[in-house]
Design a protein around this ligand. Structure first.
Ligand code: FES
Ligand code: FES
Length: 177
């Protein structure tokens, strides 16, 4: 049908919502952004703030590769709209170390060899920090249950659990963050 595709494209462009100005607070810094209101937090972090440590695995909330902390809780950033998290304190893997000093869980992942390809690792670490901080690292089974939303295609689960146990011993629930 002549002219159909350009017409459809024009209609789609007309339907695009107006961009939104917002401020995201990430790793202690405020960022002013103008975004399509449909932008997920994950895309805002990766595509607009260039914080690419948080990974896009499924984009559907099923793999955990995109896990960040929001106000201290572990959340899957592919399921959050950036426009709805304005004013929240977001921590990504880039904000975990203190200068050259790795977070105890980052150090434990290296010590325990808790990754292979590394694609899931930042999400595992952010979820693991939340697991410790929220007091769910009392036993290997409790850690497995808590971390069940974070998949590892390389099957590094035993080492990940060991690393979280180590870090829990080093930090305790109150200092998990
Ligand atoms: S990318 Fe968010 S859960 Fe998979
Ligand atoms: S280390 Fe490869 S997916 Fe987890």
């Amino acid at each position: 049908m002549p002219g159909f595709i350009p017409e459809a494209a024009a209609q789609a462009a007309d339907a695009r919502p107006a961009p939104l100005d917002l401020v995201l607070r990430v790793n202690g810094t405020e960022h002013r952004l103008t975004l399509d209101p449909r932008t997920t937090l994950l895309d805002a972090l990766r595509e607009h703030l260039h914080l690419t440590g948080s990974k896009k695995g499924c984009g559907l909330g099923q793999c955990g590769a995109c896990t960040v902390r929001m106000d201290g809780k572990g959340v899957k950033s592919c399921l959050s709209l950036a426009a709805l998290v304005e004013g929240r304190e977001i921590t990504t893997i880039e904000g975990l170390a203190q200068g050259d000093q790795l977070h105890p869980l980052q150090a434990a992942f290296i010590e325990r060899d808790a990754f292979q390809c590394g694609y899931c690792t930042s999400g595992q670490i952010m979820a693991g920090v939340a697991c410790i901080a929220e007091g769910h690292a009392g036993s290997p089974q409790e850690i497995r249950d808590w971390m069940s939303g974070n998949l590892c295609r390389c099957g590094a689960y035993d080492h990940i659990v060991a690393a979280i146990q180590d870090a829990a011993g080093a930090t305790g629930p109150a200092r998990g963050g």
